[in-house]
Design a protein around this ligand. Structure first.
Ligand code: NAP
Length: 255
């Protein structure tokens, strides 16, 4: 039996990386998807790949900071699939990097809005739409700002740590409606957003980042998608309010 048979799910940031991998994994497990990101063409390609494997997905492009997009994602799930069971609020990015003393206020605000405020908007409308059968809300956070301070990532760390606070409150608020709420904290993951894939990245940087992890490598996006699948499915039926590390041991590694 597929783990998400007949479930309806929203996945944000599904045009690339972890969200794209999650869309394919969730669809293979039987979920019907509403996927989003800003790039319509990239989303269409993901839909085509899912449909080619016999799955169902609808793409709605837009900016996750826009409340009308968040409402439209929920309405699309309800309109097309009749219900909403799962939302993987995953869209985000590093934002402006550099020492806090040099961060611009605009850069700070943009990062907080993309990584934190957008997730608040998602949770607000998604939780209101979830029915009596309960549901699962998942938010992509990070180990940065939770188990490690990484220089140059002040806005990113603050936005992602804020998600963990939001998750704890939502988990307490929504438990009586059988909605579980969790944060997923990946380690370094080999996606277009990773600093190891920046245009100026070097082999030395890749070796350094790999070496930070106990497993001495970064994750593939599918490995993080599988952790999201666990949180989305009934396999995690007693898991709520957690900050779940899937980080290859980057948080505990000292060698
Ligand atoms: P990615 O490949 O760059 O994917 C980021 C996704 O977020 C894209 O689909 C992008 O879509 C979407 N997105 C970003 N800003 C958006 C906005 N304002 N509105 C709508 N969509 C937006 O990066 P990734 O590594 O998979 O990142 C996914 C999540 O994992 C992020 O929250 C990131 O912070 C987190 N994370 C990543 C790592 C890592 O090492 N890669 C580690 C820990 C946590 P469009 O470009 O089409 O808008």
């Amino acid at each position: 039996m597929a783990l998400l048979n007949d479930k309806s799910a929203i996945i944000t940031g599904a045009s690339s990386g972890i969200g794209r991998a999650a869309a394919k994994v969730f669809a293979r497990e039987g979920a019907k998807l509403v996927i989003t990101g800003r790039r319509q063409e990239a989303l269409d390609a993901v839909v085509a790949e899912i449909e080619a494997e016999g799955g169902q997905a609808v793409a709605v492009s837009g900016d996750v900071r826009d409340e009308t997009l968040q409402i439209s994602l929920v309405e699309t799930a309800l309109g097309r699939f009749g219900k909403l069971d799962i939302a993987f609020n995953n869209a985000g990015g590093l934002g402006e990097m550099g020492p806090v003393a040099g961060l611009s206020l605009d850069g700070w605000r943009e990062t907080i809005e993309t990584n934190l405020t957008a997730s608040f908007l998602g949770a607000k409308h998604q939780s209101a739409a979830m029915g009596e059968g309960g549901g699962s809300l998942i938010f992509t956070s990070t180990f940065v700002g939770y188990t490690a301070g990484m220089p140059g990532m002040g806005a990113y760390a603050a936005s992602k740590a804020g998600l963990i606070g939001l998750v704890q409150v939502l988990a307490a608020e929504l438990a009586s409606r059988k909605i579980r709420v969790n944060a997923l904290l990946p380690g370094g993951t080999d996606t277009p957003a990773a600093i190891t894939n920046a245009p100026d990245a070097t082999e030395e940087l890749l070796a350094f980042v790999n070496g930070l992890h106990a497993l001495k490598r970064m994750a593939q996006p599918e490995e993080i998608a599988n952790a999201a699948l666990f949180l989305a499915s009934d396999m995690s039926s007693f898991v709520t309010g957690t900050a779940m590390l899937a980080d290859g041991g980057v948080s505990i590694c000292r060698t």
